[in-house]
Design a protein around this ligand. Structure first.
Ligand SMILES: CCCCCCCCCCCC(=O)SCCNC(=O)CCNC(=O)[C@H](O)C(C)(C)COP(=O)(O)OP(=O)(O)OC[C@H]1O[C@@H](n2cnc3c(N)ncnc32)[C@H](O)[C@@H]1OP(=O)(O)O
Length: 153
């Protein structure tokens, strides 16, 4: 099945969280399921916070990159364009907020589900949650902004 990230052009596919070209990254893959998006990721033992539980920074990065993928897909859909088509829309994280509702158990697959809360101008706001065994353990919000041409300058 085609993931949203599969359509990122190679020159924007180096992100540590979601870039297919980053051999050291998480390389998450996000799928559209109706109005929601879904990513599945299984943390490794080295992603430990305290024994038995997943490190919060990892969980935040899953929300982050799940959110930017959801944002890109939403904007392409809103413009009636195929994702990844030129001119490429590139989104970066303007703001990331994460609430850790419960400890997230280490040792199984996590499901991250997202939905668009607002799509306006150069900004897309995405809400996303992490579920472990069907239990919501983390809830977050990503404000994704279209990357200006001057980015990095
Ligand atoms: C298919 C290929 C895909 C390719 C996709 C590739 C995915 C890569 C994923 C990377 C994920 C990351 O880690 S990215 C790395 C971490 N992020 C960064 O380094 C970004 C650094 N920050 C910046 O470059 C800048 O601050 C920007 C681009 C975020 C915004 O600056 P700007 O371009 O001047 O835009 P600006 O007009 O100010 O803002 C645009 C809109 O966003 C809102 N906004 C801006 N900052 C914030 C904020 N902190 N909190 C809330 N809202 C904000 C503004 O109010 C405005 O909304 P309104 O008034 O219009 O309503």
């Amino acid at each position: 099945m085609q993931a949203i990230q599969d359509s990122y052009p190679d020159n924007v596919a180096h992100c540590y969280g979601c870039g297919s070209q980053n051999a050291h990254g998480h390389r998450i893959r996000t799928f559209q399921e109706g109005e929601e998006t879904v990513t599945r990721f299984t943390p490794e033992a080295y992603h430990t916070a305290i024994p038995g539980f997943v490190y919060g920074g990892l969980l935040a990065s899953l929300i982050d990159c799940h959110g930017t993928a959801t944002a890109a897909a939403a904007r392409y859909r809103a413009e009636g364009r195929e994702i990844g088509s030129a001119p490429v829309l590139r989104f970066v994280t303007a703001s990331l907020s994460v609430s850790f509702l419960k400890p997230t158990p280490l040792g199984g697959e996590l499901e991250i589900r997202g939905r668009v809360k607002e799509l306006r101008g150069r900004k897309v706001i995405v809400e996303a949650s992490v579920f472990a065994d069907g239990v919501e353990t983390v809830r977050g919000e990503v404000v994704a902004a279209e990357m200006p041409a001057s980015f990095g300058n």
